[in-house]
Design a protein around this ligand. Structure first.
Ligand code: MG
Length: 217
């Protein structure tokens, strides 16, 4: 196995807890459209692009719409989501985020973001963690959604590393598949039952701070 010298992070569910705000904004849209949207149903939207999320929501509500209408609803949801993002504070950081990024940086590991979110730069700025990243690849830079490996291949390229030199940290099954499809090592943030296929699992980054993984020497 090659030496791992690059770390690629998913954002929502790995570094920050923004899933609840996505949920509240989608729930508000569902209410406007006349149906209830549960937290359990929301699980299907994690790690999925904005437009695909909307399509899943409309399938749940049994609502049909043309492309123009879908664009309008997606935009509306995003405006509500951004309202929440503008009020974000450090409480939104998941356990261990800053400590682990600091440790990796200290060990000269290159760090990239590989997030499906088009709001990723705003979230990093709000939480003052932008400076940890050597490269940012987000929903604005990609054409194919996870499990296609495009996002992580572009992330590796942006930090000038081969895929086999990188490890991906992910909380979604599609994301783990994307990493493996790209020839990278994958760390699942969560449990094997919910996100199968990773090479290693941790409940959060705080757990990894205390392990030797990537941090020897
Ligand atoms: Mg995620």
């Amino acid at each position: 196995m090659s030496e791992i010298i690059g770390a690629i992070f998913d954002l929502d569910g790995v570094l920050v807890d923004t899933a609840k705000y996505h949920y509240l904004a989608w729930k508000r849209l569902a209410a406007e459209l006349g149906f209830n949207f549960t937290e359990k149903e929301n699980e299907q939207l994690k790690g999925v692009s904005r437009m695909r999320s909307l399509e899943i929501l409309l399938e749940i509500g049994n609502i049909h719409a043309n492309e123009k209408q879908k664009e309008e609803w997606a935009q509306k949801k995003n405006e509500w989501y951004v309202e929440y993002l503008n009020r974000l504070d450090k409480d939104a950081l998941l356990p261990g985020t800053e400590k682990y990024l600091e440790k990796l940086q200290k060990h000269c590991i290159k760090i990239a973001l590989g997030s499906a979110s088009k709001n990723a730069p705003l979230i990093l700025e709000k939480l003052h963690i932008t400076s940890f990243f050597n490269a940012l690849i987000d929903g604005n830079c990609i054409e194919k959604a996870k499990p296609d490996p495009e996002i992580f291949l572009k992330s590796a390229e942006a930090i000038h590393l081969q895929p086999k030199e990188c490890v991906v940290f992910e909380d979604s099954e599609a994301g783990i598949c994307a990493a493996k499809n790209g020839g990278m090592m994958a760390v699942g943030i969560g449990s094997q039952e919910i996100i199968p296929g990773a090479d290693l699992y941790a409940a959060n980054l705080s757990e990894l701070c205390n392990k030797k993984f990537l941090l020897e020497g």
